[in-house]
Structures are given as structure tokens and as C-alpha cells.
Design a protein around this ligand. Structure first.
Ligand SMILES: *Cc1c(COP(=O)(O)O)cnc(C)c1O
Length: 500
């Protein structure tokens, strides 16, 4: 049976359901599969002839050791429906140029790629809780800077046996993201702003999460906390599926022959999405280079180029906010893998990171990184120029995160001359960042701030209607108007859960 180990202690072995319901190992390490399933040539042929749900079912079954076949199929069939994703293929490929394809991961309910995992995670968590904590209601606490909170709310909304509470910084999210959260529907959801920034929200959530008295009070009411952030294996494994699936689609559409190598470019923040592509490679998908694209917060670019991770640097707020991050948690899983599961070495690096904000990996890891990865970054000016350029040349409108990936891919092509066919992960709908996208294409400073007008302008540029979930936002009533102090979060949570 497929079990999981902790990146910081090889003696820990847990089942898939325990890994998913705990989220993180008690030693602070992240859960990783003990072995990587291997996709044979025949497996790939079968997957190529399947639809997205069947592909997801096949791949997830290989990882979820203690789930029954019926449980896995039930989870994926509920997550990837035509009702929730506006396209039959769930994650379609768009041919930008011959040999260059955008993998559109934003056709879900919240228009960002986090839906791909957060539509499935609640179901995985429900099944896992039934096995690991039978009879308990799972309470999900989220501190968000925008995309994750909304995607988690949509994913957990009305899922039996779960409650979800989201806290966001009052001044720290985009107008569209705020509107998305305040109008959230569902009987088991709660949203509150907090006075302060994202770090205050995060610290507040962490304090409640680890408070023994709170835990006891919840237990007395048959409740247990869990986490929906991207260190949870249940968020990573659904992301492997779309890389395998996109490779199958290239075969199916006669764009590549089975076995042909491709490159994959990923706009990266917490290193979750690109790590999923790395795992797809380990499962046998023929991937040549994984190209890691960062914005001005280029800590990963430097690390992948030099082997030195150093978070002691300025933090920039950019127009690709979901990549504004200086500690990429999922990198720990890569270090574990590239050090041949050396838990001691990983512990050493992570200790050094928490004490000094810096570590340097050894030469063998540097060598493996160079073999698999290429890294680059661009700032906001470069991002804007790419949005404009791709619009003018390809009549394609990209959101700022995807534009970072397009920019870095261009750099890679120029430096390497590598013409291998390439998939670029497209992680958000331009409509989610309408203002920045419209201004970049027009080459103007922002003048308009009315979201409805900006969405209409973007719609004219794109010659398409806005997604119905964006258009509908302007009609929905606001349900959550509360703001609390970070210190008062605990009382807010008790009140929301009717435990006050
Ligand atoms: C979260 C996010 C990213 C970064 O993904 P990671 O898995 O954190 O590397 C990129 N683009 C968008 C739109 C996102 O929401």
C-alpha cells in the first residue's frame, strides 16, 4: 500500500488519509509518498484515450493507498464536473504558436488555478476524516491574500462534515477578490476581514490553530481543525493530474508522438505547482526542462541558479500578487527527493532557514537541480510589456502571473535556443486582474477603478463575454461585512461556530 513519510523524519510512516487529514507532520516536515508510481507506455495509452475524470481517477488511485476505488472515483466525479468547470476538458490546451501551448487552469469556479486542487481537496478530506477521525466535523481555517481564500470557500461550500472560516487583511486584497469573498454562498462558510496585513491574519490563524485550549473546546463539540494550504498533500496530488493529462492531450491531438520530450514552464510562488510537474516527470512523463518563472521576488531564481536560498531580501508587492512570497514551503519536498531521502540533511537546511533565513545545498543537489530546472524572473515592467506584446502578436490576453511565465520562457528560448515543444501553465483568468491587464495593453496609467467598467473594457479587448461567475458577482448580495482585530480572532471563530 502507498504510504507517506515525513521529509524531516524517515521513521514516520502514515497512510494517505492520515497525511491528508493532518496536513503537516508533527516534526514540522511535509508528507511525501514513499515511492513514485510509474506510468508505463500502456498506461499512457489508456490515459490518452480517457477523459479528465478517468485520468484523475487513475492517477489518484495510485497515490491514495487506503482509499477504496469507489471512494476515489466518487471524489473526482464530484470535483471535476461540467457544472463547476466551464469546459468539458477541464484543463484545455491553447496553441499560442506552433509547439507552444498554454495549459489553461482557470476554468473553475473562482477563475484561478487553485480551483484544480481546492475543488477536490474537500472531498479527499471528508473521506480521510471518516477514516482518521470518524464522526468529527472538520473546521478549516484560512488566512488569505486573495486567491486561496476564495478557492477554498468554493471548494468547501456545503461539503458535509466541514466548516470553513476565512480571514483576509482588510486593505490587502484586490477589489475583485474582495467582492468574490464577501458574496460567498453556502451554509457552512464564514468570512471576516481583519485589521492589519496578511502577516497579521496568518499569525492570528496560526495562534488559534495551535492553542491547546481552543483545540479542547472544539473536541468537546466533536470538531477538529485542518488546513487547506498548499503544504497539504491533498492539494498537491490533484496538480500532478493536469500535467499528465496535458501530455496525453498533446498525443491525442497529434502534436507530439508518445515518448517525445516536452518542456514545462510554471509561474511559481510557493513551489507547489512546479513541484507537481516534477512529480509527473518522476512518474515517467518525458519532460526535458522544468522552467521556474518568478516575479521581482526572485528568491527561487537565485536558489535554482546558485544553490543558495536566502530570504533576507526586500519583499516586493507586485501585479502578480499570488507569487509574492519569500518562503516557498514546497521546496522542502524537492530537497528531500534530490538528497535521496536524507531527512537529516533536510532538517539541517530547514533549521538554518528558520535561524538565519538562509541555507546552501551541497554539490550533488546543485547538479540535480541543473539537470531538471531552469529559472528566470521578470519585474512588473517586464510583465506589462509581455501582456501587451502577446496581445498584439498573438491576439491572446494573459493575466499577470501567466505573463511572467511567458516572459521567462522567452528568455529561456533566447539563451538556450531549445525548440522542444513546451507547455506553459496559465494560472488565472485575465478577468481576475482586469485593471492591470487593461492598463498594460493600453500602455496607460490606471484611471478607471470601477470593476464593472474594467471588466467590460477587457471583454471588448478579448472579444468574449466575461465568465459567468465574474459577471454574476455584481448582482450578488454582500453576506459578510465583519471586521475584527487579529487578537479577537478566537472570539470571532467561536461565534461563527456557535460555540460562544
Ligand atoms: C498560487 C498562484 C501561483 C503560484 O503557485 P504556487 O503553487 O504557489 O507556486 C501562480 N499564479 C496564480 C494565479 C496563483 O493563484
Amino acid at each position: 500500500m502507498m504510504n507517506y513519510k515525513s521529509t524531516r523524519n524517515n521513521d514516520v510512516t502514515v497512510s494517505a488519509s492520515v497525511a491528508i487529514s493532518r496536513g503537516i507532520s508533527e516534526d514540522g516536515g511535509l508528507f511525501v509518498p514513499e515511492t513514485m508510481p510509474w506510468l508505463s507506455y500502456t498506461d499512457l495509452q489508456i490515459l490518452t484515450d480517457s477523459d479528465y475524470v478517468a485520468r484523475a481517477n487513475d492517477i489518484l488511485s495510485r497515490f491514495l493507498g487506503d482509499f477504496t476505488p469507489g471512494e476515489v472515483l466518487d471524489c473526482v466525479s464530484r470535483a471535476y464536473t461540467r457544472e463547476k468547470f466551464e469546459t468539458e476538458s477541464i484543463a484545455p490546451l491553447y496553441e499560442l504558436n506552433p509547439g507552444v501551448y498554454l495549459l489553461e487552469l482557470w476554468h473553475g469556479p473562482t477563475c484561478a488555478f487553485k480551483d484544480m486542487a481546492l475543488q477536490l481537496l474537500p472531498h479527499l478530506l471528508s473521506v480521510s476524516t471518516k477514516k482518521a477521525n470518524p464522526g468529527k466535523t472538520v473546521v478549516i481555517l484560512v488566512a488569505t491574500s486573495g486567491d486561496t481564500g476564495k478557492a477554498a470557500l468554493e471548494g468547501f461550500r456545503d461539503v458535509p462534515g466541514t466548516r470553513i472560516l476565512v480571514f483576509y487583511p482588510e486593505q490587502g486584497v484586490s477589489p475583485m477578490q474582495k467582492m468574490q469573498m464577501l458574496t460567498q454562498e453556502g451554509e457552512n462558510v464564514f468570512v471576516s476581514a481583519i485589521h492589519g496585513n496578511f502577516d497579521d491574519a496568518q499569525a492570528g490563524v496560526k495562534a488559534v490553530f495551535t492553542d491547546a485550549a481552543v483545540k479542547e473546546k472544539l473536541a468537546a463539540h466533536n470538531m477538529v481543525f485542518s488546513s487547506a494550504n498548499s503544504i497539504n498533500w491533498g492539494r498537491l496530488v490533484p496538480q500532478i493530474v493536469y500535467y499528465v493529462s496535458s501530455y496525453c492531450d498533446l498525443i491525442k491531438n497529434n502534436r507530439i508522438s508518445a515518448g517525445e520530450h516536452i518542456n514545462i514552464v510554471v509561474p511559481t510562488g510557493n513551489f507547489g505547482n512546479i513541484l507537481a510537474a516534477y512529480y509527473a516527470k518522476k512518474m515517467g512523463i518525458p519532460i526535458n526542462k522544468l522552467i521556474c518563472a518568478s516575479n521581482a521576488n526572485n528568491v527561487l531564481t537565485e536558489f535554482l541558479q546558485t544553490g543558495i536560498y536566502d530570504r533576507n531580501r526586500p519583499f516586493y508587492t507586485t501585479i502578480s500578487p499570488s507569487m509574492d512570497i519569500l518562503i516557498s514551503s514546497n521546496l522542502e519536498r524537492l530537497l528531500y527527493d534530490l538528497s535521496a531521502c536524507d531527512d537529516g540533511r533536510v532538517r539541517g537546511y530547514m533549521d538554518s532557514l528558520s535561524k538565519t533565513g538562509r541555507y546552501e545545498v551541497d554539490d550533488s543537489i546543485k547538479k540535480s537541480i541543473a539537470e531538471h530546472f531552469w529559472a528566470g524572473y521578470c519585474d512588473d515592467a517586464g510583465t506589462r510589456a509581455t501582456i501587451k506584446d502577446v496581445y498584439e502578436r498573438n491576439a491572446c490576453v494573459s493575466d499577470p502571473h501567466t505573463a511572467v511565465a511567458l516572459n521567462v520562457y522567452q528568455q529561456y528560448r533566447e539563451k538556450s535556443g531549445d525548440e522542444t515543444k513546451t507547455i506553459i501553465a496559465s494560472t488565472a483568468s485575465p478577468y481576475k486582474f482586469a485593471g492591470d491587464v487593461v492598463n498594460a495593453i493600453r500602455g496607460e496609467q490606471p484611471t478607471q477603478t470601477d470593476q464593472r467598467v474594467l471588466v467590460e473594457e477587457l471583454s471588448k479587448l478579448m472579444l468574449s463575454k466575461p465568465p459567468k461567475q465574474i459577471a454574476a458577482l455584481f448582482q450578488k448580495p454582500v453576506r459578510f461585512q465583519g471586521v475584527c482585530d487579529a487578537e479577537a480572532m478566537q472570539d470571532t471563530i467561536f461565534a461563527a461556530l456557535d460555540l460562544a
